[in-house]
Ligand binder design. Structure first.
Ligand SMILES: Cc1cc2nc3c(=O)[nH]c(=O)nc-3n(C[C@H](O)[C@H](O)[C@H](O)COP(=O)(O)O)c2cc1C
Length: 159
């Protein structure tokens, strides 16, 4: 059974709502278990337990929140051990053009540096789901799409 972690930081609930829609996409796939956790419930060591790791953050000055960045920086002690796991990212901003894609790229760059495998998508939100404030119907669909895509690839590689 492939194991997926969705870890997020959220101060006012928008990124948390996205995480829940990502989780519903993961659950469309058989032979997968999923844990959806706020970042303060996850240690760097916990990352070792999962085959797929999806990270979400609000946009703070065009990048990820320091709370999520801290988890990533703490994970340096396991550098090399996350290699081959599947990854993904998502972000919520206040404004259109407020930095959603730069924030997702912040997350994906870190996962790639860990040697993780990050799928893009040829339609819709190419790098990962974005939302402006509370996720609307379009964004909710993109979140489910990411969850399903990461789960399917994780099962193929690790199931
Ligand atoms: C410290 C701080 C910095 C922010 N920087 C940006 C920004 O650069 N661009 C933007 O569009 N929104 C920015 N926002 C707005 C948040 O990204 C937005 O409200 C987001 O939906 C909050 O997510 P949450 O409900 O999960 O906490 C900022 C908010 C805070 C508190």
């Amino acid at each position: 059974m492939a194991k997926i972690l969705i870890v997020y930081y959220s101060r006012s609930g928008n990124t948390k709502a996205m995480a829940e829609y990502v989780e519903s996409g993961v659950k469309e796939v058989a032979d997968v278990t999923v844990s959806t956790l706020a970042v303060d419930k996850v240690s760097a060591k916990d990352l070792l337990d999962y085959d797929g790791i999806i990270m979400g953050s609000p946009v703070y000055y065009g990048g990820m929140a320091s709370e999520l960045k801290k988890l990533i920086d703490d994970s340096v002690v396991y550098h090399g051990k996350l290699s081959g796991k599947v990854g993904g990212g998502f972000a919520s901003s206040g404004n259109v053009g407020g930095g959603n894609e730069t924030t997702i790229m912040d997350i994906l760059k870190a996962l790639l540096i860990h040697g993780m495998i990050v799928p893009g998508h040829y339609r819709g939100d190419h790098y990962g789901p974005v939302a402006i404030g509370k996720p609307d119907e379009r964004s909710r669909g993109e979140c489910r799409k990411l969850g399903k895509m990461v789960a399917e690839l994780t099962v193929r590689l690790h199931g």
